[in-house]
Write a protein that binds this ligand. Structure first.
Ligand code: IPE
Ligand code: IPE
Ligand code: MG
Length: 235
């Protein structure tokens, strides 16, 4: 079986999963965060080199204050735990998104997490938090415009490759496989530039119930596809 080098996940359905168990939405988020630790380990054991997960979108601020507060609290404890797990599992963690809207202490823990794991050589683990693809592209264009204005780059030098280097995912290969759990068939502003040629896999299984067997199913499905990049595969 060919293992995709980079898997991106929209981990969706925490709320519905909790509701189906007669529990509050936040319980779903707590279990979802626990599951993420397990899937990180499974992904690496299966041979996946890059895992990029969507934790909080630029649109998620529209949720109730209670839910946003609970999520931020969860991210605080998750980030602390992740500093430990990154050390134990040799994970290199990067953060995608604009951290400036987050509380200062969470920004600091995220920065510590990135800094303390930057030399690690195991799983490359990207967490997208206050991330939106449109926002990422706009922030990239602003920096690019600044470099243009200050004559660090010329117009003809602007290529797809150069532009990619301005995105939050600079230096990270594009995802081979995108998984969205819990039945929704949309991107919700996730990695729109990077997913140009990615294979998509959607499952009804909600994130807290998504386990190694489900990840294996997604990879099997990926293997049954013929990947094309605009051309036709030579026989
Ligand atoms: C995904 O689960 C986690 C976040 C977006 C933070 P949801 O909270 O979206 O759960 P559903 O989709 O409402 O069930
Ligand atoms: C996408 O899930 C964002 C994350 C998983 C963090 P949502 O549940 O917020 O997306 P919509 O609102 O259903 O599109
Ligand atoms: Mg959702």
């Amino acid at each position: 079986m060919v293992i995709p080098q980079h898997v991106a996940i929209i981990l969706d359905g925490n709320g519905r999963w909790a509701k189906s168990k007669g529990m509050p939405r936040n319980y779903g988020h707590v279990r979802g965060a626990k599951n993420l630790e397990v899937i990180c380990r499974d992904a690496w054991n299966m041979g996946i080199k890059y895992l990029t997960v969507y934790l909080f979108s630029t649109e998620n601020w529209k949720r109730s204050k209670d839910e946003v507060d609970a999520l931020m609290k969860l991210f605080r404890s998750y980030t602390k735990t992740c500093i430990k797990t990154a050390r134990e599992n040799n994970m290199k963690v990067r953060v995608l998104g604009d951290p400036s809207a987050l509380e200062k202490d969470l920004q600091k823990s995220l920065a510590d997490l990135v800094e303390s794991s930057k030399e690690n050589t195991g799983l490359n683990f990207q967490i997208a938090i206050n991330y939106g693809s449109r926002d990422e592209i706009i922030r990239a264009i602003r920096r690019l415009a600044q470099d243009y204005k200050e004559n660090r780059i010329a117009g003809e030098e602007i290529t797809e490759e150069l532009f990619s280097g301005y995105l939050d995912t600079a230096g990270i290969p594009d995802p081979d496989l995108l998984i969205r759990t819990s039945g929704e068939l949309r991107l919700s502003n996730y990695l729109m530039w990077q997913l140009a040629y990615t294979e998509f896999y959607f499952t009804e299984v909600p994130w807290p119930a998504f386990d190694k067997a489900e990840l294996t199913k997604a990879i099997e499905k990926y293997n049954s596809r013929e990947r094309r990049f605009g051309g036709i595969k030579e026989e």
